[in-house]
Unconditional design. Sequence first.
Length: 329
Amino acid sequence: MKVAAIVTSNKERQQSAHTRYPDANIIEHVSELWQNAASYDLAVVATSNNMHVPLGIAAMRAGLPVVVDKPMAATVADAQQLLDASRETGQPLTVFQNRRWDNDFLTVQKLLSANLLGPLTRFESRFERYRPTPRQGAWRESADPQAAGGQLYDLGSHLIDQALHLFGKPSSVYAEMFLRRPGAQVDDDSFVALQFPSGITAHLWMSQVARISGQRMRVSGLNGTYEKWGLDPQEDALRAGKQPGDPDWGREPRDLWGHLSTDLGENSVHFDGPIETVPGAYEQYYAQVRDALTKGAPMPVDPSSVLEVIRVIETAQTSAREHCTIPIA
């Protein structure tokens, strides 16, 4: 796959796009893209959140499969519009929930598939940062409901997606949402607790005001516990100009590996120590998109599963507002 066209009216971004992708068409107005949609194979909607739904629908109506960035939409009703447009046009739709390919999450999936923790009891997951001053004018800091700003949408859309991907739909939601920073218009310090029919509890934290971050993940079962500190390295690597395929892409040094304590097998052989982190693999997302478009394979992320993420976000907002646990259908 290659980037064939980039749509932006911002002159600085146009220059940056031309420098990075010299063979791509730089288009100022999206209407030009729709007029020439037959020249392209896929539209990626990586815009401010309020444009995900209208641009996603327009792309599918122009005859293009669509990748839409997270959060898929601000509301379940808006997310359903995207699914309806996909069904009506026959165009594939998927959502860029790239943190399903984070190194820590891939490691947890590997441990669970090997049943190394026994029956699960609790899943804890955090994205915590320290940004004590709101960015004035930034759409992620906007109180406009259509902007889908704040930590619940920005980081929570990843954490909730990971929890639902592991455990399915929750049976209840409890949430706390706070505006801690002076001048904040949207939540910057939030917590979500999900109860699942299996009995598993997920506790999820997302914050802009954590000077010292807590554990990235802690997963407990009756036979073992896995805990992990630090963030997946891929985002920082991309910002530094590195690319998938570079040496050691997605890998981290031994001192950042997570810790596993468990009883293994029928003889209950005890293991307690560091365990190698599965390399992160963001490139697998678009490899699977390619296979879906050329070989008929499934898209990497089913948009109906992400609609459930938006349902949890909406329920969490109500829970935080009403200070109560809310059953979820």
